[in-house]
Design a protein around this ligand. Structure first.
Ligand code: MG
Length: 298
């Protein structure tokens, strides 16, 4: 299984404390040092709506370009894609939301309109050599509509597959899912696509890690997480963020599933960014330590 580090994007974007470009670059460097190969580094959202991501261009022009390390930019619309292409991200992660109300609030479009937009964006991004992921937001529950029908998710997955995307990500944007939901949704999505699947989980209700493991057992191969578990949620102000990279790494590695990240350096990256944010990390591994302790910390 592979971890996509989303700390610099989803982790930071809902944190109030604005992090300087220089610190973001130092953070990304630490993440690469820990062994990360795919990093969601920026979002091309409107700077007035997501001020933390306003320096996306500066971040992308400052990152180290290393063979085998891929930088992902989150894209909501054509203007975002223009910026993504100009900054030379390696991958575009284009979001489609699974419910009409959320789609309208988030992107000011119906689902049909956003799928039409997706088709145009996918062909442009692919023509420019980018890898493209479609993330299906609010797949497990909507902050406005509540329950989300499985068919809402599968119809978007099917449409995106036909448009030629490279990967489908299923997002529990507000952190309401359970392992049973993961099995139901992943199984249904696998019936409509043979593309690699990625899960984007939040630990809002403490089900994130159980959900990740259920996803792995159901055939998902990539998981989004943020170091330290940073990242709030705009719809649940008191909520914790993404599942934490170091805790997820522990869960998988101790289960005999190779992740390929360095625990000590992961916690170093988490410590760096949580100090800059002035928060205590929701992640637990940095406090408890690995078991058994790895050689270099003995
Ligand atoms: Mg998220």
């Amino acid at each position: 299984m592979k971890i996509v580090e989303v700390g610099p994007r989803d982790g930071l974007q809902n944190e109030k404390q604005v992090i300087s470009t220089e610190d973001k670059l130092a953070y990304i460097e630490l993440l690469i040092g820990a062994g990360h190969k795919r990093i969601e580094a920026v979002s091309f959202a409107r700077p007035d709506r997501v001020p933390q991501m306003a320096d996306a261009e500066a971040v992308m022009s400052g990152v180290q370009r290393i063979d085998g390390v891929s930088y992902i930019g989150l894209v909501m619309n054509e203007r975002g894609l223009d910026r993504a292409l100009a900054t030379k991200v390696d991958e575009a992660n284009i979001v489609i939301v699974a419910t009409e109300t959320f789609s309208n609030r988030n992107q000011n479009m119906t689902i049909a309109e956003s799928l039409k937009g997706l088709e145009a964006m996918v062909s442009r991004a692919k023509a420019e050599g980018l890898q493209v992921t479609t993330t299906i937001g609010a797949s497990f529950g909507c902050p406005f509509e509540g329950e989300v029908a499985t068919s809402q998710v599968t119809s978007i997955a099917k449409a995106a597959t036909e448009m030629g995307v490279d990967e489908i990500a299923i997002a529990d944007t507000i952190g309401v899912g359970t392992p049973k939901d993961v099995r139901r949704i992943v199984t249904a999505v696998k019936e409509v696509t043979s593309l690699p699947l990625r899960l984007h989980l939040h630990n809002t209700r403490n089900t994130g890690y159980a959900n990740a493991f259920a996803g792995y057992e159901a055939g998902v191969i990539s998981f989004d997480s943020s170091s330290g578990g940073i990242g709030g949620c705009p719809f649940a102000p008191a909520a914790t963020g993404n599942i934490a990279t170091e805790d997820l790494t522990y869960l998988f590695e101790r289960s005999g599933i190779e992740v390929g990240l360095d625990f000590a350096r992961l916690t170093e990256a988490a410590q760096f960014i949580t100090e800059k944010l002035g928060i205590v990390t929701p992640a637990l591994l940095g406090r408890a330590g690995w078991f058994p302790a790895p050689e270099h910390t003995r």
